[in-house]
Design a protein around this ligand. Structure first.
Ligand code: FES
Length: 123
């Protein structure tokens, strides 16, 4: 298992973000409403930096045709919107909101002795 230190948990408040390198890949780490999330920091569309994206309640919508969707509501599950062209990902699962066939890797964030770490969870 590989793990990388993110920050002192006492200073990583709601809204905090960080980027760490795990196994050679950038990972965006977010504190949203006191919960920690970690997702690959590279949008599947064109590599946009998700650490710079807006975090909000996940969009619930019906895709009517590729690139088109009817917005139904926003739910409490957080998502992040890529700042470049607006692709949106569920922060928990990494799944694209409008296309379940697109998914970014997500990672576990653990707190140990007051420090936050991102881990690949393997081994
Ligand atoms: S690079 Fe993320 S939506 Fe285009």
């Amino acid at each position: 298992m590989t793990r990388v230190r993110v920050a002192d948990a006492s200073t990583f408040d709601d809204g905090s973000r960080a980027v760490v390198t795990l196994n050679g890949h950038e990972v965006a780490v977010v504190n949203h409403d006191g919960e920690y999330y970690a997702i690959l920091n590279r949008c599947a569309h064109d590599g946009g930096p998700l650490d710079e994206g807006e975090v909000h309640g996940r969009l619930v919508a019906t895709v009517t045709e590729p690139g088109e969707r009817d917005v139904e509501r926003f739910c409490d599950d957080p998502s992040v919107t890529c700042p470049l062209h607006g692709w949106e990902y569920d922060l928990e699962t990494g799944v694209h909101v409008g296309d379940e066939g697109i998914r970014l890797p997500t990672f576990e964030v653990v707190k140990e002795n007051g420090e936050l770490y991102v881990t690949d969870g393997e081994m």
